[in-house]
Design a protein around this ligand. Sequence first.
Ligand code: ADP
Ligand code: MG
Length: 542
Amino acid sequence: ATQVERHGFGAEVGRLLDLVVHSLYSEREIFLRELVANAADAIDRRRFESLTHPALALPEAGTIRILPHKPDRTLTIADCGLGMSREELVDHLGTIARSGTRAFGQKLADAKPEERPSLIGQFGVGFYSAFMVADRVEVTSRKVGSDEAWTWASAGEGEFTIAPASREEPGTDVVLHIKADAEEYLDPLRLETIVRKWADHITIPITIERDGKDVPANEGTALWRKSRGEVTEAAYQEFYRHLGHLFDSPWATIHWHAEGALEFSALLFIPGSRPFEPVDHDRASKVRLHVRRMFITDEAELLPSWLRFVQGVVDTEDLPLNVSREMLQATPVLARIRRTVTNRVLTELRTRAKEAEAYAGFWENFGAVLKEGVWEDSEHRKDLAPLLRFRSSAVEGWTSLEDYIGRMKDGQEAIYILAGDDTAALARSAQLEGFRARGIEVLLLADPIDAFWPERLEEFDGKPIRSITQGAADLSKLPAGETPAGEPADVTALVAALKTALDKDVSEVRATDRLVESAVVLAAGTAGPDLQMQRLLRRAGR
Ligand code: ADP
Ligand code: MG
C-alpha cells in the first residue's frame, strides 16, 4: 500500500464528473458504448502501429471481452489494445487535456436532457460515464512494448490513485464496481441487448461472458460493405451516431460502391445539426480510411477541409493492408479517391438543393464552411457557386445567385452584395438607400468568410459580383424609382470643406446618388478591399 500514489483530479474534471453522473441518469447504459468504443479505438491504434513495428502485432483473437461477475458485483471490459503507460493513465484519465471544458460544463448544464449524451461524446469525456453505474472504477493497463502494468483507481470523488500492478499481456482492463441500483448491468442478456444496440457495426469481435463462456455479442459486419437495400435506416442512424459522436439523424446518407478503375465502398453522412465545437482549430476532414475492412487512419484527409462536416468511411481494395504513413502521403490512389468522393458529395448537394426548405437547414448549419471552398479551392469554385444561399434586401428567407439574376432590373449589370457582421444591421444600412430607391436588390452577407470569397468568385453567369461599399457602384445608369422633389442642392462648396476637414483620413469626398435619407456614407475605393474587409484587416492589426 505504500506504493499507492494519490492524485487530485483537476477542478474541471471534478465538475464534469458531477455533471456527467447526475445529468445523464436516464441514459446510463451509454457507459458501455463509451467503454467499448475506447477499447475498439485502442485496438485499432495498436493495429496501425504494428504495421511499422511488427513486434506490437495483435494477438490472434483480437477481441474485446465483457465480463460480468455477480458475486463480486464487478463488470470488466478487457481489451488487447495499445494500453496506457503510467503517465498516460494520469494524463488521459485524470485531466481533461482539451480546451473549452468550462464552456462545455455550462453547455451541458443548459442542454436539454436528450442532447446531453451527444455533448458528452463530442467532448471525449466518455470514460467518466463509467461513474454513472459504478461507485469505484479500476483501470489496469500495460502499454504494448513494456512489461510494467499500473492500476488507476477512483471512486469518482475528487481523487484517484496510481499503483503498480501486473498484467500478462499488453492491453487494458476497466473494472467497474457496480452500484446497488445498477445491478441490471451484471446480467449478460441485458449487456448483450446494449451491445447490439450500440456496437453492432464495430468490426472487432466483442464477447460477453455467460456461464463461464465467451459468447459473441456483435455481428462485426462492416455496414458500408453491404448494399443499400440490405441496411435499415435504424442501422445507418446508429452508425452515424457512433462515428460522429452525434445524437441526431443524418441530413443526408450517401452510400455507394465504386467499381472499375478504382474500387472502394463509401458511406458518408452530412449531419442534421451543427456539432458543438468551442474551437474550430482542426480543419482537416476526419473521414475514416479502411483497407479491406481494416481501419487504417482518420487522418488521410479524404475530403477537402470545406467539407469537413461530412462524417464517414471509405474502404478501398486498392491499397495494401500494411500501408505506411509515408505511402499514404505519396500514393496517387488516395488523390483519385479524394476527387471521386468530393464530386459525389457535390452531386448530392446539387440534388438536395432543389428542396429549398430542407436545403435551408443544411445551409444554416454548414453554409459558412462551404463558402471557404469558394475562397480557397479554385478547382471547385464554379461547382460551389450555385450552391450558395443568401439573405437579401428584397426577399424573405434564403435566395440563390440564380434567383437573384432572375430578379435583376433592366440595365442592371452586376450582382450587388453588402458584407458585415449581422444581417439585421445590414438591412438597415444607409449604404442600401440608393439601391432601395431604384428597386435594386442587394445580397446581405454576415459570415466572417464573406469578406473574402466574393473577390475570388468574381462573377456568376457572366454577371460581376460587386460590393456596394466599393467606389462608385454606378447607379446613375439605373432609373430612380421616384425623383426627389426639387432640384438637387449644389454641394460643391460642402464637398470641398469636408475634404479639407478630413484631409488624409479619406482619399476622396464626392456627391453621390446612392443616398436618399442619409446625408453621408463611407465608401471604399474601387480598387482596394471593400469596407468589411478593411474592418477585418484592422481587427487583425494590419
Ligand atoms: P475519448 O475517447 O473521446 O478520447 P475518453 O474519456 O473516452 O475520451 O477517453 C480518454 C482517453 O483515455 C482516450 O483518448 C485514450 O487515450 C484513453 N483511453 C481510454 N480507454 C482506453 C483503453 N481501453 N485503452 C487505451 N487508452 C484508453
Ligand atoms: Mg472515448
